[in-house]
Design a protein around this ligand. Structure first.
Ligand code: THU
Length: 183
């Protein structure tokens, strides 16, 4: 018994801690540049047309592309719940299907619930983060994410920052090579 306890302690001794830091800027609408303001405004407008009869949580997303085009989307729900789609992916998939060569410069996300835009910023779900990461890797330049809340706006500089220990195209590399995580 004592030996087992000792083994356990020795094992714990091998463990290392690694920390992952994510930089998030907190600002107000007035701090944003004109393009960013417009993207948030468009996301707010788009949220009003969300089809969200089951959650009543109306999410709007707007994307600015490299060619200056703004694309919007909103969540589309379904009686068979998993068949619905989030606002971010609705906007991103439309943008990339219509303008496959264009980079996504930034995306704004807003949510309207019980007659108000949410006080706190809302953040994309895991699946939307994975989609953002895919396009970010594809275009080899960051996709800035603007998370709107009435009280404050959060800015994340790139999709990677929202997805620590991500699985991306570089995860297919030979596993004998250095890990793509925690670098
Ligand atoms: N939703 C989005 O559209 N985006 C998010 O980032 C979070 C959640 C939608 C999915 C569903 O229609 C509703 O919000 C409630 O989860």
């Amino acid at each position: 018994m004592f030996c087992l306890y000792l083994l356990f302690l020795i094992h714990l001794g091998d463990m290392k801690e690694r920390k992952i830091y994510t930089k998030i800027m907190v600002c107000s609408y007035e701090d944003l540049n004109e393009d960013e303001k417009k993207t948030i405004d468009l996301a707010k407008v788009a949220s009003q047309d969300a089809y969200a009869p089951y959650s009543n949580f109306k999410v709007g997303a707007a994307v600015l592309l490299g060619n200056g085009e703004f694309i919007t989307g909103n969540n589309q729900e379904n009686a068979a719940y998993p068949s619905g789609l989030c606002a971010e992916r609705t906007a991103l998939f439309y943008a990339k299907s219509q303008y496959p060569q264009q980079k996504v410069l930034h995306i704004a996300i807003t949510a309207f619930y019980e007659e108000h835009f949410t006080k706190q910023a809302i953040s994309p779900c895991g699946a939307c983060r994975q989609v953002l990461l895919e396009y970010e890797n594809l275009q080899v330049s960051p996709i800035k994410i603007l998370l709107y809340g009435e009280k404050e706006i959060l800015i994340v500089e790139k999709a990677k920052d929202l997805l620590p220990l991500h699985f991306g195209e570089d995860s297919f590399l030979d596993s004998s090579k250095d890990s793509n995580i925690l670098k």
